[in-house]
Write a protein that binds this ligand. Sequence first.
Ligand code: DGL
Length: 270
Amino acid sequence: MIISNNNSPIGVFDSGVGGLTVLSALAALLPHEKFIYVGDTARVPYGTKSAESVQRFSLEIAGFFQQKNVKMVVVACNTASAVALGKLRQFLSVPVLGVIEPGAHAAVQSTHSQRIGIIGTQATVRSQAYERAIHRLSPGAKVFSRVCSLFVPLAEEGWLDHKVTHDVADIYLSPLLKNKIDTLVLGCTHYPLLKQTVQTAAGRVNLIDSAEETAKAVQARLKLENHLSRAQKGKSSFYSSDDPAKFAELGRQFFKGRLPKVQRIALGAS
Ligand code: DGL
């Protein structure tokens, strides 16, 4: 068995391109790290699938990361973080960090009224993973969740500031606002792209971007374990389970840096 070292890469995965928002935050905060990003574009979306399917997909990707000898795995996908984190931690011998705990932590820090809203995919909301994480930190907090399925295709379409997206945001957020939340977690990889539109609909509610919070948690964990890279300059490599050219085209709006060559990865039956 090859043992990973400080200069080994960090594996980051998502159901598709959305997790590139997390990778952007990671690369900005940790410029010396090497990242391997996997987007399972052949099987996206995860948000409408059963927990069992998402667990199976996640474990297949974890097997690929094992071969690449990664020192850590970051589950950039909220859905996979919500339903597959435990299985991944059992399977892998390296630390596995998801986006739920950092987002929950930031929400608890932010709220004054103890009334927190969560928006995410069907599978994330159904799992109640955010509720559990928030209640572990603040048992008295009231959590109100809402599935916002249409945000994913709207973000992928690039309709970030479109009238339709503003209308959809108003409709989705109105029940949460009636519950007088003062903090709202953007519990899906795609939602940071719609941050401005969501903020317009949410008024003075404080938005929590799980991507940024996760990057801070990864940095803290690497420091704690003395695993920060000693390389001069980091780099990222990209894999997708469907057409790499399509991944690169769609990924451009989710990733702040340049997307170099995207390679094809065979996962499951894809
Ligand atoms: N990446 C997913 C998430 O963060 C959103 C897209 C999907 O449903 O796969 O939950």
